[in-house]
Design a protein around this ligand. Structure first.
Ligand code: ASP
Length: 612
């Protein structure tokens, strides 16, 4: 027997028991003839007391940090109690011990506040995983996993594994490919998600499927993305959008309850994609705070439903003699609460912030709405105080607020306003870590236009169904875009998808859709995306074929498991919640992967490198 108890277990009630513990030496403190050792395992830390009787042995076989030892002794009450740990009332008066394995001096301290930098900790991830902070994250991940499984199991979902070595299923990203030795010259692709398999399972009659599953996407890694990541992937048959929304908002509520003890009883707001873009400039708005955009000027074709708004609220932007506004496609404002006293320096700093290349604005206009009811701005030359008041009112500004106005091309300006809103929300402490706010975003456009090839791409993926009343528009119109600069006037630009995203605190945590399940419509979709009939058959013949054998109406969703964990754990980094993550260049620095392979492996694969 290596141990009778764990290092997190013994309490005052265990005093006088003889116990044996095994674990890692965290710290060694020598006080004259006695030595204290903090012994750590997964469950906690217990103090060991080595008395004078063991000194000779300790001298002969000294302990070191991270040594693995086994110690036997009597549980005793500590004179100097430590209220911060569960075993803080007791210590073990060691009678005998054994070194089970030595350790080299670890490259960083294995403590909550470690002295190791990111790179070093990635390289020695197995040591970093011994730290409490990282362990807590993995425990949370496991709790989310268990909670999801329990809920899905209780709701008749079946966990069915799907293959990793597959044929490419384009979902917008690049595939990782794997050469096949037995089929020289041919390649598997690693799944970007089990999308087509879960749909085939619906055709097979497994009407509720789930999997907590790895997905692989060979993307240029933007901050905090991983080339392999995990999804809670689900699919259901005989459902409409409403069924899916209810089933999966309850899943997330259950996870909140099980993992965080939060009763999320609030109604989960629903917002159309267009409204999200209009009010927040963003399709995954953080609705923990207001600061909505005031649309002072906007291109009608981007917001066809907002024409009435334009007429009812004309405030003279656009012909004011201020060329920045006159020439802009879009002018939007936000009111930042209580900031009218910002100094010149503070405003300059924020102006520089929006001028950074990532945001890309040329500048920023402000209006100070002073407590005394006066309005001062950086464009006083062009606007009377009345006009300034008009703009401020439109942005819902109160006395004491500061209004920021951005102007330029629609897409960039809206995005910049959204970023500025989030930044100000952060600076003003409105994005509270312990507040959780869920939101469904619905009615996404089915297609997005890509300038590169002057064609449509699927905004979600090619298996997403249009809204039922938009199917005819899709069927009856030719997808060809005759004039690139008029693509917004093409009927396809206004087709809405039967798709939904779940947003938590400004992060998309899940997304899915009701699927196409008829062969003709699916063929039309592939054609709309510029695929020839042969190409569609070559890539997706299996799915088109399956749709001929009684495919039921179905739909599903997938949640980003790593991201969900990181938000619940209050961290911005998904890496912290993955046992063995990759760095920002997609490398596993511990394994030193990717790496070259042996000549013999190339030979077997009949592959020759031709590096450029
Ligand atoms: N497979 C999709 C994705 O990975 C999710 C879904 O539509 O269920 O984004």
């Amino acid at each position: 027997m290596y141990r009778s108890h764990t290092c997190g277990e013994l309490k005052i009630g265990d005093i006088t028991k003889q116990v044996t513990l095994a674990g890692w030496v965290q710290t060694i403190r020598k006080f004259g003839a006695i030595t204290f050792v903090d012994l750590r395992d997964r469950y906690g830390i217990t103090q060991l007391l080595f008395g004078e009787n063991l000194n000779a042995e300790l001298d002969a076989a000294p302990l070191g940090r991270e040594f693995v030892i086994q110690a036997t002794g009597i549980v005793s009450e500590r004179s100097n109690k430590n209220p911060n740990i569960s075993t803080g009332d007791i210590e073990i008066a060691v009678s005998s011990y054994k070194i089970l394995n030595k350790s080299a001096v670890p490259p960083f301290t294995i403590q909550d506040d470690t002295d190791g930098g990111d790179d070093l900790r990635m390289k020695y991830r197995f040591l970093d995983l011994r730290r409490n902070a990282v362990k807590k994250n993995l425990e949370l991940r496991y709790a989310v996993n268990r909670s999801a499984r329990n809920y899905l199991h209780e709701n008749q979902f079946m966990d069915i594994e799907t293959p990793f070595l597959i044929k490419s299923t384009p979902e917008g990203a690049r595939d990782f490919v794997v050469p096949s030795r037995m089929n020289a010259g041919q390649f598997y692709a690693l799944p970007q998600s089990p999308q087509t398999f879960k749909q085939l399972l619906m055709v097979s009659g497994y009407d509720r499927y789930y999997q907590i599953v790895k997905c692989f996407r060979d993307e240029d890694l933007r901050a905090d993305r991983q080339p392999e990541f995990t999804q809670i992937d689900c699919e259901m048959s005989f459902v409409e959008q409403e069924d899916i929304l209810l089933m999966f908002e309850n899943l997330i509520k259950r996870i909140f309850k099980d993992v965080k003890g939060i009763d999320y009883t609030e109604y989960i707001e629903r917002m159309s994609w267009e409204e999200a873009m209009w009010q927040y400039g963003n399709d995954k708005p953080d609705i923990r705070f207001g600061m909505k955009l005031a649309n002072l000027k906007f291109p009608l074709h981007s917001f066809p439903n907002k024409i009435a708004h334009l007429q009812s609220s004309l405030i003279g932007i656009g012909d004011c003699g201020f060329s920045v506004f006159d020439n802009a496609e879009t002018v939007v404002a936000i009111a930042v609460s209580g900031c009218s006293e910002y100094t010149r320096k503070q405003i300059d700093e924020l102006t520089e912030w929006v001028k950074r290349p990532q945001i890309g604005m040329q500048g920023m206009v402000y209006i100070k709405c002073s407590a005394d009811g006066s309005y001062k701005s950086s464009v006083d030359k062009f606007f009377t105080e009345d006009k300034l008041k008009g703009i401020a009112d439109k942005a819902d500004a109160q006395a004491g607020d500061l209004v920021f106005i951005l102007a330029g091309r629609e897409e960039r300006t809206r995005k910049a306003a959204s970023e500025l809103r989030l930044e100000m929300g952060k600076r003003l402490g409105l994005r509270k870590e312990n507040e959780f706010k869920l939101l469904w975003v619905l009615d996404f456009p089915l297609f997005e236009y890509t300038e590169d090839d002057n064609r449509w791409v699927a905004r979600h993926h090619p298996f997403t169904s249009p809204k039922p009343d938009h199917i005819a528009v899709m069927i009856n119109n030719n997808p060809l875009i005759e004039q690139a600069d008029k693509y917004l006037e093409h009927p396809y630009a206004n087709i809405k998808a039967n798709a939904y995203d779940m947003v938590l605190n400004g992060n998309e945590i899940g997304g899915g859709s009701i699927r196409i399940y008829q062969r003709e419509l699916q063929e039309k979709m592939f054609a709309a995306l510029g695929m020839s009939e042969e190409e569609a058959l070559h890539k997706f013949g299996f799915l088109l074929g399956a749709f001929e054998y009684g495919a039921p109406p179905h739909g599903g969703i997938a949640f980003g498991f790593d991201r969900l964990c990181s938000i619940l754990g209050g961290s911005e980094s998904i890496r912290d919640f993955i046992a063995f993550p990759k760095n920002n260049s997609g490398r596993d620095v511990m394994l030193d992967a990717p790496s070259t392979i042996d000549d013999k492996q190339f030979e077997e694969l009949q592959i020759q490198l031709n590096l450029k």
